[in-house]
Design a protein around this ligand. Structure first.
Ligand code: PDD
Length: 282
């Protein structure tokens, strides 16, 4: 089956799908995106992804993009045409095409692109054995709550992790607090079993996986707080893990090469992972 992409109102062969060279996404990274998981043919947590998409668009003052109802039809159609049962759907909306000028164009029509990709379930070893992260300075801007396609800080960070042989890089703000991973949210469990993650302010993306897990944590009655934690606190933690659409809940067992506790996935982390996996098959 050949891959099909949706580009600005039409379904195209993936290899031939293209946008104009003056698309503001291409020239200014002036756009937003979402990545939604598809498991057993179902879109996971579609509603909160669309809520976040609308928020990102509003924050960038991109108006007139496809409404939720037709967008949902497109998402399903791209999934269907690509025969995706397990994988992801990628959705991007840019401000549109206009002669290059930093200020908003007077007339621009948002350009919507949707692609879908099959993927195998993540290597079970990652969950069984856990992964390592490095810590790096957070060099990004001050509105990381908006899911923009402007990801160069994240790109450089992930590459640094890759070159260090780590799965992810946790970015650290000027006060020494962890913000988040380059494409994941960061969590620790303290010595007294308090689950900690940074509050969803401007410094982090409010992950949909993060939101779902917080609901689970409340439902299950675990001790929980939303506050920043330092790299030192993370290294002294009982457990650590990260969350995202593509990583679910993945244990972090080493930070900057130092084992977290005894260097194996924590019990509470494993419980939260199981609860999260149950949530997505609901
Ligand atoms: N990344 N933080 C950042 C910077 C992210 O890019 C992501 C998601 C998350 C987790 O959000 P969610 O739980 O909604 O996936 C946190 C996606 C998967 C990506 O860019 O591929």
């Amino acid at each position: 089956m050949s891959r099909i992409a949706y580009v600005d109102g039409a379904y195209r062969r993936h290899g031939e799908a293209a946008v104009h060279i003056e698309d503001r996404g291409y020239q200014f990274a002036d756009g937003v995106y979402e990545v939604i998981a598809v498991r057993a043919g179902k879109l996971i947590d579609e509603a909160p992804h669309l809520v976040r998409l609308r928020r990102s668009l509003a924050e960038l003052r991109i108006a007139g993009a496809l409404a939720d109802a037709p967008l949902k039809v497109v998402l399903r159609e791209v999934i269907r045409r690509n025969g995706v049962v397990n994988g992801i759907v990628y959705l991007q909306i840019t401000r549109g095409i206009a002669p290059r000028d930093h200020a908003f164009p007077k007339v621009a029509r948002p350009i919507v692109v949707v692609t879908a990709r099959r993927s195998r379930p993540a290597n079970p070893k990652l969950a069984e054995e856990g992964i390592g992260v490095i810590t790096i300075p957070d060099i990004r801007w001050q509105r990381c709550d908006i899911k923009t396609i402007s990801l160069i800080g994240n790109v450089l960070g992930k590459q640094q992790a890759r070159e260090a042989g780590s799965y992810e890089a946790w970015m650290v703000d000027r006060d020494g607090h962890v913000t988040e991973g380059t494409s994941t949210n960061a969590w620790i469990v303290t010595g007294d079993n308090l689950v900690l993650t940074r509050a969803a302010e401007n410094a982090i993306l409010n992950g949909v996986t993060r939101q779902a897990l917080i609901e689970i944590i409340h439902r299950e009655g675990y001790r929980f707080a939303e506050r920043p934690f330092t790299v030192a606190e993370a290294k002294a933690a009982r457990e650590a893990f990260l969350t995202s659409t593509t990583s679910d809940v993945t244990p972090v067992v080493a930070i900057d090469g130092q084992p977290v506790a005894n260097g194996v996935p924590g019990l509470l982390t494993q419980k939260l992972r199981a609860d999260y996996l149950a949530h997505i098959v609901e």
